[in-house]
Design a protein around this ligand. Sequence first.
Ligand code: BGN
Length: 367
Amino acid sequence: MSKDSVNFNLLHQTCKLVVLLCLLPISVTLVFYICSLDITSLFDQNLQSGYAVTPPNYGRPKPEAGMKEPAIVEPEPQIKDEQKSMEPEAQPPAKALEKCPETSPLLVGPLRVEFNTLVNLEQIKSENPNLEYGGRFRPKDCEALQKVAIIIPFRNRDEHLKYWLYYMHPILQRQQLDYGVYVINQDGDQLFNRAKLLNIGFTESLREYDYDCFVFSDVDLIPIDDRNTYKCFSQPRHLSGYLDKFGFRLLHNWLFGGISSLSKEQYLKINGFPNNYWGWGGEDDDIANRVASKGMSISRPSKEVGKCRMIKHSSDKQNEPNPQRFHQVTQTKETMDKDGINSLSYRVVKVDKFDLFTKITVDVGKP
Ligand code: BGN
C-alpha cells in the first residue's frame, strides 16, 4: 500500500468520525424535542381559541399611510371555520356550559378606529358569521355572565350606524356577552328626545329577552380599547368619559352622556330616564342627578381603557340645544319620581329585524 493511500484512508476515517460525532448531539436534541411536544394539547388549544394562532394586536404594526381599509377589528381567525366544521352537530344544552371568565381571554386591548372609508352592511355581515338575526349573539363555548341589551337612540344617521356595527359587533363578541342591538328610531321630525328613546329601548328589549344589563350608546361613539366592556357594574357606569373630541379628558366627574350602562335594578331604582328633555343636552345630567340622589355613584374604566372616538358630524336638524335644560336639571329631585319609566307612553310604528340589529321605529309624541 502506498503512503498516499494510507494517508487517504486515515483522512477518510477521520472525516467519518467527525460526521458521526456531529450527528450524535443533533439526533439526541431532535429526539428530546419530539418527546417534549404535546401534540394533542396543542391541537386542542388551537380549537379553543383562534388567538392561539393570532397574537393579540398590542403593538400591531400600523398599515401603510393612505391605506384604504378601515382597520382595527381582528379579522375572524381562520381557525374558527375549522372549529365550526369539527364541532359535533348537536349543541350541548345551554345549561351544560360553564360560565365565561370574568375577563374574556379574547380581548386584544387598544384598537385602531377611523372613519374615513365607507363600510357596507354585506361586508359587516360576512365578517360576523356568528351573529343571529336581529343583531343577537351569545358565546358558543361558555355561558355569558350578563345579558346585555344595547340601546341606540337614532334618527337619520345610517352612515354612522354602519360604522358602529362594523366596529362594535366584533368587540362585543370578543367581550363574550350575550347581547342584542336595538336601534330606537324616532319617527317624524319633531324635536329629538334621546332619553325617552332610551326608556323605550329598555322596555322594548325586555319584551324580547330577559336582559339584566342595559348599555345606552350614541350611534357616533366607538371605544378604542376592547377592555372597555359593555356590561354592568356595581355602580352605574360611564363608558365614554375620555372622548377624542375633548382631547381624551374627562370634562367633569358627573358627566354621564354618550355611552352608559345600568343594570336593570339600577335603572329601576332611578325610575329610568326623564321623558321631557326635547332637543340637545341636559338629559344626561338629569340621569346623573338621579343616580346621585339614590345614593349611587358613577364608575368609569381607567383613562387608558376608556378612550373613545366620535364620528365628526354637523349638528342634527331638530336637535337644537334645549333652552329649558338649565332649569330642568335643577328640578330632578322633584320630577324624577313622577317622570320616568313609570310615566312612559309611546307608540311602536314598526319593528324591523335585520341581520345586524333590530330597528324599532317609534312615535314619541311632541313637546
Ligand atoms: C353638557 C351638557 C350635556 C352634554 C355635555 C357634553 C347641559 C346642561 C347644562 C345645565 N349639559 O354641558 O348634556 O352631554 O355637555 O357635551 O348642557
